[in-house]
Design a protein around this ligand. Structure first.
Ligand code: SAH
Ligand code: F3S
Length: 483
């Protein structure tokens, strides 16, 4: 099944906080794109909460409108442009004093161009410059435009406690790395989010402990590439001559961090995203096997099943290495599910390459996936060197074929749960039926079941009697019948 990513919906997610009595100004902040953007908006809201701002959901009332943007595909940028037109109209007709700022990846990609092209924008702030917001705001309030798009090799916002009052109080995002050093040739992220850096494990643990004390039941450790998390006892990657020297220092790697988080809060579910096949190591599987509270699900994008295309993408793995990694994982974690990201129509992709992608899908049978048509991004290596030469019609057809294949594989995965009992963390009311709860099991499959006396945030064992390709349907079951 193709899941809609947030950047492809029409309106972003608006963040709302409890009001601070002494605050007099109103902030409207909305976010598009990946989980990291949502997490960053929480950091921004926390900074502005200290600067006299309460949040509002009414654009018309806002003193300050911020949009946290995504550049990953052209469509994502078009969505944001439409929103900027909307803010423009509101500012012109209803609220001339309103100030507008662009945050995140588009801010970083387009920099000052925003101020020239989009007359509505007063402020442009890149992903590493949020601590400068108070200064930038002062600049804007004195009638000037303000820009800070400086990328940092160190900024992790480890010392800022994000505010999370718009969430369900159950699941929280905790970022552990920022940036990416991989340079996949199609991807704009290394340009918009800068070099990879890891956050101090102590500050991660403090944040997780704080979330637990506030009643949160699940944390997702976030990074563009979580498996390359590495913290050198106070040092930074650049302080070391080479990889072996770094390894010798007292370092914390991703597997160790995962174990530390799982041990710190054994009653909390721990998830992580995103993994990269080239950096994923067996010790992560062993740590997952050792700690029951680390969920048996790995989001492991593979992008293409063709080695020729993987090479052109500068991915550091082959299709065969990906298969081998998945099979090794299943030896250690037999119940673990894998989800994917795939791009169809990368420059030069032939029918044979496409068949290789379908074959890899068939071999693994992913639980779900995020599938995209290649979108050329200015400045990336592929954008500069390769012609976007797969016709739109062909991209569309190939996308339909992989989406259909994924639907079959998702159905295969959900059917395996019929007759079994699976533990569910209740997240919310089912959209389709107000008498049912909706949550996920540790394999990250959505489960719905009758509400009975349970509440969001409860862990419930649910016996599955039916399913669709994306959802398990069941009834609460006593522990003793766990299958
Ligand atoms: N490592 C990151 C990847 C970010 S981009 C993470 O945390 O998920 C998410 C996905 O978008 C990628 O895995 C890729 O499948 C897709 N993507 C990236 N650049 C793209 C492009 N130029 N066109 C189409 N899809 C793209
Ligand atoms: Fe992008 Fe590849 Fe990094 S997809 S975020 S360059 S791992």
């Amino acid at each position: 099944m193709q899941k809609k990513t947030i950047d492809e919906t029409q309106q972003g997610n608006t963040l709302v906080l409890d009001d601070k009595k002494e605050n007099t100004k109103k902030l409207f902040i909305e976010s598009y794109g990946c989980a990291m953007n949502f997490s960053d908006s929480e950091i921004v809201a926390s900074i502005l909460n200290e600067q006299g701002f309460n949040t509002t959901q009414n654009l018309e009332d806002a003193d300050l409108v911020l949009v946290n943007t995504c550049s990953i595909r052209d469509k994502a940028e078009q969505t944001v442009r439409k929103r900027l037109e909307k803010y423009n109209a509101v500012k012109r007709d209803l609220n001339p004093k309103m100030k507008v700022g662009v945050l995140g990846c588009m801010a970083e990609r387009l920099k000052e161009k925003f101020l020239d092209e989009e007359k509505i924008v007063d402020m442009v702030v890149g992903p590493d410059a949020y601590k400068d917001l108070p200064n930038l705001l002062a600049e804007v309030e004195s009638g000037n435009d303000a820009v800070n798009v400086i990328l940092s090799k160190e900024e992790t916002y480890g010392d800022i406690a994000p505010v999370r009052l718009n969430t369900n109080g159950i699941n929280a995002l905790v970022s552990i790395t920022r940036g990416c050093d991989n340079m996949c040739t199609f991807c704009v992220v290394p340009f918009t989010r800068g070099r990879e850096r890891s956050r101090d494990p102590q500050s991660i643990l403090e944040e997780v402990n704080d979330l637990a004390s506030k009643g949160y039941k699940e944390v997702t450790l976030l990074g563009q590439n979580v498996d390359s998390y590495l913290w050198y006892g106070g040092g930074l990657k650049k302080d070391f001559k080479d990889a072996s020297e770094m390894q010798k220092a007292t370092a914390t790697n991703f597997a160790q961090l995962l174990g530390m988080v799982a041990r710190a809060q054994p009653k909390m579910r721990v998830r992580f995203s995103t993994s990269n096949p080239q950096d994923m190591t067996e010790d992560v599987f062993h740590i997952m096997a050792k700690h029951q509270n680390i969920c048996n699900h790995i989001h492991l994008p593979f992008q293409s099943g063709s080695d020729r295309i993987l090479k052109a993408m500068n991915r550091q793995h082959t299709a065969e290495e990906y298969r081998a990694l998945a099979h090794r994982m299943w030896e250690i974690l037999p119940d673990c599910t894998i989800s994917q990201d795939i791009i169809v129509g990368f420059p030069g992709e032939t029918e044979e390459d496409h068949q290789d992608t379908l074959q890899l899908m068939e071999d693994i049978k992913f639980v779900f996936g995020y599938m995209y048509k290649y979108s050329e991004r200015p400045g990336t290596l592929a954008g500069r060197k390769l012609e976007d030469n797969v016709p739109e019609e062909t991209k569309k057809r190939r996308l339909t074929e992989i989406v259909n294949a994924q639907r079959n594989h998702s159905a295969h995965r959900t059917q395996q749960f019929i007759g079994k009992t699976t533990e569910v963390l209740i997240e919310k009311e089912s959209k389709k039926d107000p008498n049912q709860w909706s949550g996920r099991n540790e394999q990250s499959i959505v489960v719905v079941f009758p509400k009975e006396n349970y509440q969001p945030g409860d862990f419930v064992n649910v016996k599955i009697h039916d399913c669709t390709s994306a959802t398990l349907i069941g009834t609460p079951a006593p522990l003793s019948v766990q299958g």
